[in-house]
Design a protein around this ligand. Structure first.
Ligand SMILES: [Zn+2]
Length: 88
């Protein structure tokens, strides 16, 4: 994939999901930041542990909602025509 600028975090992840094998970009996230784009700040946020990010996020892990949500995911996986390979 060729891009005029380094992809933002969302587009970079889309490249991974689409299994794009190679990415070539011209302007960097630093170039984008110099012109007011926030991509670099978001990359920095993603590199931090959850507790250190400015976006407050909580997990319901261990609670009833976690069990319901986890069962829902397992139910979806059980309906696939092929075995699921965990991506841990
Ligand atoms: Zn993007």
């Amino acid at each position: 994939m060729y891009s005029s600028s380094e992809p933002c975090p969302m587009c970079l992840v889309a490249c991974y999901w689409a299994r794009v094998p190679r990415l070539v970009y011209a302007a960097t996230s630093h170039d984008a930041a110099a012109n007011g784009f926030e991509d670099l700040q978001f990359y920095r946020q993603l590199a931090l542990p959850n507790a250190e990010r400015t976006l407050l996020s909580e997990t319901a892990a261990g609670g009833e909602m976690h069990e319901v949500a986890a069962r829902s995911l397992a139910s979806w996986a059980d309906k696939l025509p092929f075995p699921v390979e965990p991506k841990l």
